[in-house]
Ligand binder design. Structure first.
Ligand SMILES: Cc1cc2nc3c(=O)[nH]c(=O)nc-3n(C[C@H](O)[C@H](O)[C@H](O)COP(=O)(O)OP(=O)(O)OC[C@H]3O[C@@H](n4cnc5c(N)ncnc54)[C@H](O)[C@@H]3O)c2cc1C
Length: 459
């Protein structure tokens, strides 16, 4: 088929998730002609199976806890039960409204939206149901899928997040395989909904990618919430009989449950899409791209979860925007992977940016750290939450890591990312005034202390 004008674009994007649609919107905004190919729903994992539905579940979980804990604040409330059809209706309503808004946005931007499964059939051509879309530039943005372990079939009461998002019942006992972001978020939801929860993690601690102090505090809080967890232990098998799953561990222990949630990470969706045939270098399924999101093939870019690194929606947005600007000749500054904020929305929430203490020691040698306990923060006391803000700085230099834990602390990541990305010294932040009484003050207090002029700090 020859390339006709209506099938030729400045950018052809494969995949309409966070990375792909952000690239399409920014490209159209810059006056480029854009085709966006999507086989499922515009918005991808984040909107339909990830960030948004899980955070709606976590909010419903918080409401359940609030009902349970009213007495603590002198309010007589009782927790009756969780109505999963009501929870799902609320969650689906949120997703539905955002989906409609996003569809309208793409429609309004003269983007050629092509529904169907696409494949890279030449270095500048994506084929969808026999139609060949020729791109002066191609952007690969096909995202990720929930992985399992060898021999562990996802069936019946053995689920990944994809099925667990649509449960119509609250299981009384759940085993969560994996103590990373998705595992601890679901563990938190299930516990608040009334399930007995056990997390199995092969690494020595929960949330092992975070600063060690964060893991310790999370484990303390989970113990208090009666969420069980076993670290340093490997899953060795599972059997399913009727509605019961029996999970075996290499320690010899077995655990019975009504549901096994497999949360062992996400793999790239790249197989069978023609990437390697077109000459694109792929490593264990991931597309390798340089700091300008370029693959080894001229004119082919890759963004989002298929590129090794943090699998986060806002990284995908940023890379998508970056690529559109790069193609438009704006020469955007490269994205610092360490400058991408990370939030885990379990209770208590975790928010961080930059280097952990261990990473900073390795990278910068001499460092200083300071932990500010939320015990001294008025708003955190009002909310009855515990946790801290931990700062890591280069000795006599800028803050290179901010690590926070506590209810609602995710909202503090905005200032933390400015501090890291603008390479602020503790004294720069110490002179900024933080409103009282907010949890944001804890960030201010931590910097006051690290700048040598602590206010409400005992150490
Ligand atoms: C349970 C869960 C919770 C999460 N929570 C958060 C969170 O709170 N915050 C956060 O930042 N991130 C979160 N994430 C991660 C976030 O969802 C991803 O990082 C993000 O969606 C990646 O965007 P992407 O564009 O790379 O891929 P995706 O969003 O996966 O989009 C890829 C798209 O490509 C399409 N596609 C694939 N192959 C083809 C093909 N051959 N032809 C046409 N279309 C194709 C797919 O249908 C899909 O729509 C979560 C993920 C999960 C699973």
């Amino acid at each position: 088929m020859s390339a006709t004008a209506e099938n030729t674009f400045d950018i052809v994007i494969l995949g309409g998730g966070s990375g792909g649609y952000a690239c399409a919107l920014r490209g159209a905004e810059l006056g480029l002609s854009v085709a966006l190919v999507e086989k499922g729903k515009l918005g991808g994992t984040c909107l339909h199976m990830g960030c948004i539905p899980t955070k709606a579940l976590l909010h419903a979980a918080e409401v359940a806890d609030t009902a349970r804990e009213g007495q603590q604040f002198g309010i007589k409330t009782t927790f009756e039960s969780v109505d999963m059809s009501g929870v799902n209706a609320y969650k689906d309503g949120v997703v539905g409204r955002l989906y409609k808004g996003l569809q309208g946005l793409v429609k309004s931007k003269s983007i050629e939206y092509v529904e169907g499964e696409g494949r890279l059939v030449a270095k500048n051509v994506i084929e969808v149901a026999g139609r060949q879309l020729v791109g002066k530039n191609i952007v690969l943005a096909t995202g990720s899928y929930a992985k399992s372990l060898p021999g562990l079939d996802i069936t019946g009461r053995i689920m990944t997040s994809e099925q667990a998002l649509f449960l119509d019942f609250v299981p009384s006992r759940v085993v969560v395989l994996g103590g990373g972001v998705i595992g601890v978020e679901f563990a938190s939801v299930f516990k608040s909904f009334g399930s007995e929860v056990t997390i199995i993690e092969a690494l020595p601690r929960l949330m092992a990618a975070e600063d060690e102090a964060i893991s310790k505090q999370l484990e303390r809080s989970f113990r208090k919430r009666k969420i069980s967890f076993k670290t340093n232990v490997k899953f060795s098998g599972v059997t399913q009989s009727g509605d019961v799953v029996t999970v075996a561990l290499d320690s010899g222990d077995t655990i019975e449950a009504d549901l096994l949630l497999v949360a062992v990470g996400r793999g790239p969706v790249t197989a069978g899409l023609g990437y390697e045939e077109a000459g694109v270098t792929v490593d264990r399924g991931f597309v390798l791209a340089n700091e300008r999101c370029q693959t080894n093939v001229d004119g082919i870019y890759a963004v989002g979860d298929i590129v090794p690194g943090l699998q986060l929606a806002h990284r995908g947005f940023a890379q998508g925007i970056f690529v559109a600007e790069q193609i438009a000749g704006l020469n955007p500054p490269v994205i610092d992977e360490m400058g991408i904020p990370r939030v885990t929305y379990c209770d208590p929430e975790i928010a961080s940016i930059g280097y952990t203490e261990a990473q900073a020691k390795e990278k910068f040698g001499e460092i200083e750290t300071y932990d500010y306990s939320l015990g001294g923060n008025g708003k955190s006391q009002i909310l009855a939450t515990q946790g801290f803000v931990k700062l890591v700085r280069q000795k006599d230099g800028p803050v290179v890591g901010v690590h926070m834990i506590g209810a609602r602390m995710g909202e503090q990541v905005g200032e933390a990312q400015l501090i890291y990305n603008w390479e602020a010294l503790p004294s720069d932040v110490a002179q900024l005034i933080h409103a009282h009484p907010t949890q944001n003050e804890a960030l201010g207090e931590a910097h006051l202390a690290l700048a040598g002029k602590p206010l409400h700090a005992h150490a």
